[in-house]
Design a protein around this ligand. Structure first.
Ligand SMILES: [Zn+2]
Length: 250
């Protein structure tokens, strides 16, 4: 069984001391590749180095909606050249949870969608309390991609699937009380789902420490249980779709 963690932040400081150990442990468990989206411009250089040192790590470049205030139009110009050699543009998107800088978030999201469209790259999208707003933007650009850690409704999921998007499923489904999410992932077509951990964040149920890509197995097994489908079939489908979305052959 081969798996890809379609969304993890292996470049961040939480992995500074044991990054290669974390990757090796995941690799032994069958997780053979990692899509690593950027958060801030200042991380891009380090992320690029990570991709060069560890060919199992595939960098994506983008500006996360939480950090828009630290960025300017110049960063978008830089992204335009940086993104050409990446597997995707991201992590970008909209986060209206705290409702700050709505207009600025929209501007940066639109600019990043335009860059992805220009280079023919997929986008890795963060959509929190903003799924409808994200859908409205995605309709305007000829792009495809993934909504990471998707937490919308089945209706919204179907709209996104129609637009050619995948939906990222992560550790949140391992929480027994996440009824809405667990019911939703049962109803979606397997062809639309990608597996992710969002490590070092979004720990799986019962885990108190830093999240790691090896916990992709817990996500996979929970999904198999919920859908009453074999973990093997889910793994094979998710692997294949992650490869085809990001154009990789690990
Ligand atoms: Zn993320």
């Amino acid at each position: 069984m081969r798996l890809i963690d379609s969304h993890c932040h292996l470049d961040v400081a939480a992995f500074a001391l044991d990054r290669s150990h974390v990757c090796q442990a995941a690799h032994k468990a069958g997780i053979v590749a990692f899509i690593v989206p950027a958060i801030c411009t200042k991380d891009w250089h380090h992320l690029q180095q990570l991709g060069q040192q560890n060919p199992a790590c595939y960098p994506a470049y983008g500006i996360h909606p939480w950090f828009i205030a630290d960025h300017s139009a110049q960063d978008l110009t830089q992204l335009k050249s940086q993104a050409q050699q990446a597997v995707a543009v991201g992590e970008c998107g909209l986060d209206f949870y705290q409702n700050s800088e709505k207009n600025q978030q929209l501007e940066f999201f639109q600019a990043q969608l335009a860059i992805a469209a220009d280079w023919g790259k997929p986008v890795i999208v963060h959509a929190r309390h903003a799924v409808d707003a994200v859908i409205a933007q995605l309709k305007k650009y000829p792009v495809t991609g993934v909504i990471h850690s998707f937490a919308g409704s089945v209706q919204q999921a179907n709209q996104l699937i129609k637009l050619g998007f995948y939906l990222g499923v992560g550790g949140a489904i391992t929480y027994p009380r996440a009824n809405k999410l667990r019911t939703m992932v049962k109803q979606l077509p397997l062809e639309a789902l990608l597996l992710e951990t969002d490590a070092p964040w979004q720990p799986v149920y019962g885990q108190s420490q830093r999240n790691e890509p090896i916990n992709l197995l817990a996500v996979l097994n929970t999904l198999a249980e919920l859908r009453q489908q074999s973990a093997h079939d889910i793994a094979a489908a998710s692997y294949q779709h992650t490869c085809s979305l990001f154009g990789i052959q690990p």
